[in-house]
Design a protein around this ligand. Structure first.
Ligand SMILES: [Zn+2]
Length: 254
């Protein structure tokens, strides 16, 4: 299990203040102390970014002073995907997040779609990709980018029940959706858009810290069908306990 991380992820850049450097700095400290091995990524090249995003969008991100941070986060995701293909599960502890970024549009503190850039980078080797997005919010950017692509399956488990009552949802129903994700599709690799804002004390108010271990384990077990090729990329998560949620997930995922 490798943690993909760079000190540069702690950079200050213009964004919503909730998406602050401590989101990655504190989990990195926690995982380093726990003895995990770290890998330093390189930024994604503009060529790799252009496999997902239009030039105009890239220039807009650049003009807002976000290009370097966003390119490095995308490079972190691609690095984790590459490690996963080599048989080493990996967690990319990156910021800014990416799953709300579409080809020519971005919102929700996302600029480049880290997951999509990672997937396009490895696709010559891994044709069929399963993406499980466990963030509280629907990964609309990723869904838009891969719409109509039969080789990529994206599953966003619901954190609300059939009546859209989010307080009636529970961990076992949420986890069963994660397990369902593996059915009916043959895949070569599993990528997890790992957002932790579904956490009990975060915005989603659903999953306990230890639930993330169960979810990580369910994904590890599901990935056995593709030789265990699995990686995760940080998306949302804004509570100070984010570091414990991430660690809990990794304990199950590794
Ligand atoms: Zn979110």
């Amino acid at each position: 299990m490798k943690i993909v991380y760079s000190k540069h992820f702690e950079a200050k850049y213009p964004t919503n203040p909730v998406e602050n450097p401590d989101r990655v700095r504190l989990p990195a400290q926690e995982l380093l102390e726990a003895g995990y091995e770290f890998v330093e990524p390189s930024p994604a090249s503009q060529k790799d970014i252009q496999k997902v995003h239009g030039l105009q969008h890239i220039e807009l991100v650049r003009s807002r002073g976000l290009y370097d941070a966003a390119a490095l986060a995308a490079g972190g995701a691609a690095c984790a995907a590459k490690l996963a293909l080599q048989g080493e599960p990996a967690f990319a502890l990156v910021r800014p997040p990416g799953h709300h970024a579409a080809a020519n549009r971005a919102w929700g503190m996302c600029y480049f779609n880290n997951m999509a850039i990672a997937v396009q980078k490895i696709r010559p080797k891994a044709k069929h990709v399963l993406i499980i997005d466990i963030d509280l919010h629907y990964g609309d950017g990723t869904a838009t980018i891969f719409r109509g692509d039969p080789d990529v399956k994206i599953v966003n488990p619901w954190s609300v029940d059939e009546n859209f009552e989010y307080l009636n949802m529970d961990e076992s129903r949420y986890s069963s959706q994660v397990k369902e994700a593996f059915k009916g599709f043959d895949f070569d690799i599993v990528g997890v858009s790992a957002g932790f804002d579904t956490y009990l004390e975060d915005w989603g108010k659903l999953l306990k810290m230890e639930d993330y271990q169960k979810i990580g384990k369910a994904i590890r077990e599901g990935s056995e069908r593709c030789g265990g090729h699995r990686f995760a990329v940080l998306e949302g998560g804004y509570h100070p306990n984010l570091k414990y949620c991430i660690k809990s997930f990794i304990v199950g995922f590794e």
